[in-house]
Design a protein around this ligand. Structure first.
Ligand code: CA
Ligand code: CA
Length: 72
C-alpha cells in the first residue's frame, strides 16, 4: 500500500506495481498474479482514481476513462 499511497502519478503507480519498475519490490499485481473467479462481481470505485481487475463481459465496474482496467 505504500507505493499506491505514494506521491507518484496514478500511471506511474500502476506501472510500478504491475511491473516492478521504479524500484518497487512489493508483490506484483497484474493479469498473471491476480486470478479470475467464476463469480460475477460488481466493482465500484466511486470518485477517486481506481485500478480494476475484472473479467471482461462478466464483471461490472464503474471504470472511468482515466482509470485502468486490467483484464483477468
Ligand atoms: Ca469475478
Ligand atoms: Ca473511480
Amino acid at each position: 500500500m505504500t507505493e499506491w499511497n505514494s506521491a507518484e502519478s496514478y500511471d506511474t503507480r500502476v506501472s510500478n506495481i504491475s511491473t516492478g519498475s521504479g524500484g518497487y519490490t512489493g508483490p506484483l499485481l497484474n493479469c498473471s498474479t491476480v486470478d479470475n473467479d467464476a463469480d460475477v462481481d460488481e466493482l465500484t470505485g466511486d470518485g477517486d482514481l481506481d485500478w480494476f481487475f475484472a473479467t471482461l463481459g462478466q464483471d461490472l465496474t464503474d471504470q472511468e476513462s482515466d482509470e485502468t482496467l486490467t483484464p483477468i
